[in-house]
Design a protein around this ligand. Structure first.
Ligand SMILES: [Zn+2]
Length: 242
């Protein structure tokens, strides 16, 4: 194999490892996003539970308030009943009796309301239980998910470490002048700084046409930076197959 072709092969190898690293990074980022989404579901379920608990507390307080009102009304009736025995006139007696009857009626209504309030608070217990179930379910799902994410992340990290070693080796195999240009292209443009020639004569990054003479030079093993975007170009393996 000619030196020129070996150089292109070395560049292709570097490019392959750079692409692999990008893919691995994307997978790791995607895992992170999915993990976050699972945690968010737990937070949402907890917020829902808090809301339901607050409503239940409000209903319980309302029921207690009604009970207190009823007790106070009951005490008032009892006081009036005591006053009955010490009524001095018939008129006073009648008036007290009427008042007691009126209070009694109010108290009956209050009793109904109290029972309703207690029932409402009790019925709400079901919603509290359902919200608690949702939290437990979301937490379980998130925990299972986290475990599988951790496992997958571990594999990705191991792969990444391996690819980094391969990349380092591939870069070390680049001839000196290519090495310097490569370092600069990566520094300026990140991992995408090395791109293949596509469609037999166009920059794989910006798609600008490469002057044919430079394609020839590239094939001879001379380095070339795209004059439009500054990315370092190489001739990919399949170029020769066409
Ligand atoms: Zn370009």
């Amino acid at each position: 194999m000619s030196d020129a072709k070996l150089i292109q092969q070395a560049l292709q190898n570097v490019h392959l490892n750079l692409t692999l690293l990008n893919t691995l990074d994307e997978r790791l980022a995607r895992l992170g996003r999915r993990r976050e989404a699972a945690s968010k579901k737990v937070d949402q379920a907890k917020a829902q539970l808090d809301q339901v608990l607050a409503e239940k507390n409000a209903l319980t307080l309302a029921a207690r308030e009604k009970e207190n009102q009823m007790a106070a009304a009951e005490a008032a009736i009892n006081r009036r009943k005591e006053q009955l025995s010490s009524a001095k006139t018939n008129k006073e007696f009648q008036s007290l009796k009427e008042q007691i009857a009126l209070d009694q009626e109010k108290n009956n209504q209050l009793a109904d309301e109290t029972l309703e309030a207690i029932a409402a608070a009790e019925e709400f217990e079901e919603q509290v239980a359902a919200a608690k179930d949702e939290v437990a379910k979301a937490e379980k799902t998130a925990a299972t998910f986290r475990a599988s994410c951790d496992e997958e992340a571990k594999v990705i990290e191991e792969d990444t470490a391996r690819v980094r070693v391969d990349l380092k080796e591939a870069v070390e195999n680049l001839p000196g002048d290519f090495r310097a240009l490569y370092d600069r292209a990566i520094e300026d443009h990140g991992r995408g700084g090395l791109v293949p020639v596509i469609d037999r004569g166009f920059c794989g990054h910006c798609r600008r046409e490469i002057p044919p003479q430079f394609v020839v030079n590239l094939r001879k093993g001379e380095p070339y930076l795209c004059q439009s975007c500054g990315y370092l170009l190489f001739i990919p393996e399949d170029y020769y197959k066409q």
